[in-house]
Design a protein around this ligand. Structure first.
Ligand code: HOC
Length: 383
């Protein structure tokens, strides 16, 4: 862990200084009034852990087993769309760092890197995030590419029944490649490191989706294209088609309702990511921390529970595990680290989270992440 680099929470502030405002807004923002983003962070305030100070000093091992793999720690990089817009080559930087550290990187379908590039960088250890494309031909073609590239874990996002209403992005006219209007150019000029590295890396485009996008599509059409073509409606039957065509671990991402998890079990999914999309879809919904204990009690022995949304630090990872998560994903923290630190951002975030988590476990005298539930203190909202 390099102490020259910013730690949480100054990481976000450092990233804000170096990322053009239109891209930073997309990353940090939520939908509607951003109640959900605040609620996700606030939910962690009620989760308290209690040390066992007179226990023997443990040797701490952060590694966990998931999908037949041993990961170095119980966290990975969540799928974040348009990453290359926020920091040049962010997907490549993060995928490489995660691969080296034996952690999963989840590639978003709307990434600036192609799925083939990330599979190569990660030697097939990255996971792939898919929506359910409305166009069956696109879905089949994408599934074929995902398999040929060697991905083993498929994460299907189910919480985008319609594209999230995000006032910041609407105001900014968000697009990738970015619109070259005066406002955006001025914002880019205020971020010289971002600008020259973007010049070197090339203007970010949706590399995985490029073959399916109409040539010369105006950027104003992007949201419609996403809504109508890439993010088709998901229901039990359409997920069944995906399940029947995927032999490896299948993960459904974006659930908070126990009844939805029940259906995920019935579908034969291997895991769910309890998530409200980082507060970017349903502003007035629940946070995964609100429902994880119920879900764990009902289905914890039938399906693996991953969690994202509001997880920002190693301490938060420990809290989520104590509440019942088997594994966690962090999105914004990793991309903030790229913005704050540049091409060492991935390593920095991993080192920082590892150190934070090791610290918390040392304070608790908890040897492994799977034992964290024993250190949970009951209180308001925590059983
Ligand atoms: C303009 C298209 O899941 C998110 C992603 C969706 C990104 C699509 C952006 O940001 O929540």
């Amino acid at each position: 862990y390099n102490p020259k680099y910013p730690d949480t929470p100054s990481l976000k502030r450092a990233a804000k200084r170096r990322i053009p405002a239109f891209a930073f807004d997309y990353l940090c923002g939520g939908c509607h009034d951003e109640i959900g983003v605040a609620h996700n962070a606030g939910a962690f305030e009620h989760v308290k852990l209690q040390s066992d100070l007179l226990a023997p000093t443990p040797e701490i091992d952060l590694s966990v087993e998931l999908f037949g793999q041993r990961y170095a720690a119980p966290f990975g990089v969540a799928p974040v769309g348009l990453q290359g817009l926020m920091w040049p080559k962010a997907p490549e930087i993060l995928a490489k760092a995660a691969y080296r550290a034996k952690l999963p990187y989840v590639l978003s379908t709307v990434s600036s890197a192609s799925l083939e590039t990330i599979a190569e960088i990660s030697e097939g250890t990255a996971w792939y995030q898919l929506y359910n494309p409305t166009d069956a031909k696109i879905r089949e073609d994408l599934m074929g590419r995902i398999k040929r590239a060697g991905y083993k874990v498929l994460v299907v996002t189910v919480d985008v029944p319609t594209f999230g209403y995000r006032p910041r992005d609407i105001k900014n006219g968000l697009a990738m490649p970015p619109k070259m209007n005066l406002r955006n150019i001025l914002q880019m000029m205020q971020c010289p490191a971002w600008s020259w590295q973007t010049l070197l890396a090339g203007v970010p485009e949706m590399q995985t989706l490029k073959p399916y996008m109409p040539k010369n599509m105006p950027t104003s059409e992007l949201a419609n294209f996403m809504n109508n073509t890439v993010m088709g409606a998901v229901d039990f039957d359409s997920l069944k088609v995906i399940r029947d065509n995927w032999d490896g671990p299948l993960v459904l991402k974006g659930l908070v309702n126990p009844d939805d998890v029940k259906q995920a079990v019935a579908l034969g999914a291997d895991a769910v990511v309890l998530s409200n999309h980082g507060g970017r879809q349903l502003d007035v919904g629940e946070s995964p921390l609100d429902t994880i204990q119920t879900i764990k009690r009902l289905y914890g022995d039938k399906i693996k529970l991953l969690m994202d949304s509001g997880v920002q630090s190693g301490g938060n990872v420990a809290q989520a595990m104590a509440m019942g998560a088997d594994f966690t994903l962090l999105g914004r923290t990793f991309v903030y680290a790229c913005g704050a630190v540049g091409h060492h951002g991935g390593e920095h975030a991993i080192d920082m989270l590892t150190q934070q988590m090791t610290q918390v476990m040392g304070q608790l005298k908890c040897p492994t992440p799977t034992q964290l539930p024993h250190f949970l203190k009951a209180g308001p909202g925590v059983a």
